[in-house]
Design a protein around this ligand. Structure first.
Ligand code: TXA
Ligand code: MG
Length: 319
């Protein structure tokens, strides 16, 4: 059920239930981090493997000290620059954080969301909220309440409108003196580096804890998706098919008959394109198309993030 009733959400959460939560990145499926039954339900309804830990959402920076220890100074610098906002920090957890939330890792992922409704809700609760994106494991993340309802219609979903950032938070961790980006997201690498100095990108060949979101096929529509930088060739190959085409800023000339195109930002704004990405994928996935083709975005700033999400969604789909 979609609703704006914050008090109802509070009472469900206080009784170990879970709800759909708007954030500025994507909608989450939220529950009390200290309620074992709520956390188990999140894993169950998402069909998420228990080895894939959850992000903890807190209302202010003081709350961090209640769940994390040995926080490096650079983490505070990043937090003070980007919180509330689409940045998640991996910090050494204290013993109060239940192992089920962190999949028994020694770190806890934490962020302060920027969405006013999420902050209002957190301020009415006396516990943090664990919230993964509100999609079944591996499917497209939701950026509108209706997307969540499609997946989990029996849950209360707080309606906070369309997510402003529209892609997940950037996940940053700390090993020794290294600042490591584990997942690209709403804060760009350049923005992080402007505070922390040079970062390393998580590389699965290195000996490091895994962020499963970095590895497997993710954010995928049911319709086959291909990412290309050779659109002309695809136009020839698929000229008679029903194709959904995702473009950055320009329409395509001589669009084949059965093709439909979505230009994510006619004014060439990568933030706008990022905000449109998942809702466009949701829309295309309902159109019974033969396949979806996405044009490679410029490899800068949020363009890198969009390409990363699209390449995960198209993983293993080769022509
Ligand atoms: O923008 C977001 O971050 C959204 C909103 C709802 O806050 N949440 C989100 O959660 O994207 P989720 O569960 O879909 O993605 C969390 C990612 C997963 O890839 C998980 O493996 C990683 O964070 N993660 C969580 N805790 C971790 C930890 N302690 N160490 C390494 N990776 C962790
Ligand atoms: Mg997710």
């Amino acid at each position: 059920m979609i609703s704006k009733d914050l008090n109802l959400a509070v009472s469900i959460l206080n009784k170990d239930g879970i709800i759909g939560l708007p954030t500025e990145t994507v909608y989450g499926l939220a529950g009390n981090i200290f309620s074992e039954s709520a956390i188990k339900e999140i894993f169950e309804v998402k069909q998420r493997p228990l080895y894939n830990p959850l992000i903890v959402h807190v209302k202010n920076i003081d709350e961090i000290n209640k769940i994390a220890v040995d926080i490096p100074p650079v983490a505070f610098e990043l937090a003070s620059k980007f919180w509330p906002g689409p940045l998640t920090l991996l910090l050494k957890k204290n013993t109060l954080v239940p192992d089920i939330v962190t999949s028994s890792k020694s770190t806890v992922a934490v962020r302060i969301p920027k969405h006013p409704m999420a902050l209002d809700l957190l301020n009415k609760l006396d516990f943090p909220l664990a919230a993964p994106s509100a999609n079944p494991f591996g499917m497209i993340s939701p950026t509108k309440a209706a997307h969540v309802e499609n997946y989990f219609n029996e849950k209360l979903i707080l309606d906070g409108g369309t997510c402003e950032t529209g892609i997940e938070s950037t996940i940053v961790g700390f090993i020794g003196n290294d600042v490591i980006i584990y997942r690209l997201g709403g804060i760009t690498i350049d923005e992080i580096e402007s505070v922390s100095g040079e970062v390393k990108l998580f590389n699965k060949s290195e000996e490091m804890p895994e962020a499963p979101g970095m590895l497997s096929k993710h954010y995928a529509p049911q319709t086959q998706l291909y990412l290309t930088n050779d659109l002309e060739n695809h136009k020839l190959m698929f000229s008679t098919k029903r194709i959904g085409l995702i473009l950055y800023n320009k329409s395509v000339e001589n669009l084949p008959n059965k093709w439909i195109e979505f230009v994510l930002s006619p004014k060439s704004d990568l933030a706008e394109a990022a905000a449109q990405l998942y809702s466009t994928l949701h829309q295309l996935d309902k159109m019974n198309l033969d396949c979806i083709i996405a044009e490679q975005f410029p490899d800068v700033g949020l363009g890198c993030v969009i390409n990363d999400k699209l390449s995960r969604a198209s993983k293993n789909n080769k022509l």
